[in-house]
Design a binder for this molecule. Sequence first.
Ligand SMILES: Nc1ncnc2c1ncn2[C@@H]1O[C@H](COP(=O)(O)OP(=O)(O)OP(=O)(O)O)[C@@H](O)[C@H]1O
Ligand SMILES: [Mg+2]
Length: 227
Amino acid sequence: MIKIQNVTKIYPNGVRALSNISLNVEAGDFLFLVGPSGAGKSTFLKLLFREDMPTEGKIFIDGKDIVSMADSRIPFLRRNMGIVLQDFQLLKRRTVAENVGFGLRVLGTSEDKINVRVQEVLELVGLSHKRRMFPDELSGGEQQRVCIARAIVNNPLILITDEPTGNLDPMISLEIMQLFMEINGKGTTIIMATHNHYLVNKLRKRVVALVEGRIVKDEANGTYAYE
Ligand SMILES: Nc1ncnc2c1ncn2[C@@H]1O[C@H](COP(=O)(O)OP(=O)(O)OP(=O)(O)O)[C@@H](O)[C@H]1O
Ligand SMILES: [Mg+2]
């Protein structure tokens, strides 16, 4: 599903964020990406959805070389991805339901189908009662759950998430993780960067640890520890 070959990322200011990373992720994998602050986790994720380009190396997703891919193809690449980042990037003038349904609307899905699906995913994240509210009427954790709903509304092949439980209380974090496991069980490949020891140690999924831009551990049924 995802093949990363000898990827190095050096930012324009000279910071070497990733050094010679190689990694394969099979369809249906659930992978936790861990490591200290500044290790390169967010940089790594950004390369996967072409938010940024590697300085060296290749990345293939579903057989397609996404590094040489034309910019005009990027929307098609992202159509198969759910992306949950920490800066929520919700549309401020749209309601919760409109935010969640936005991607489906862009794809030309019928309003009836959109309504049904939006209601379904809002129930999954526990926010159907807030569907008519605007993002700035919600708490940080609620906004985060709207982003999660938006990311999964399209049944993506790959879910890429950067610290999705960062603003959530422990109970809701666990519920969101259960939701991710369900989605994963239906075939979505999940890559999740996190500092949450508890969740990583509890769920025992594949764990890849980055330290100073290098993979220091890649373990099936792994734990959070990286030193
Ligand atoms: N746009 C940028 N320009 C220059 N350097 C950057 C940029 N973004 C990140 N960096 C640097 O690249 C390195 C890796 O950063 P990255 O954000 O990938 O770390 P991280 O593992 O996600 O950390 P955290 O756990 O704090 O989110 C850090 O040294 C960071 O300062
Ligand atoms: Mg980060």
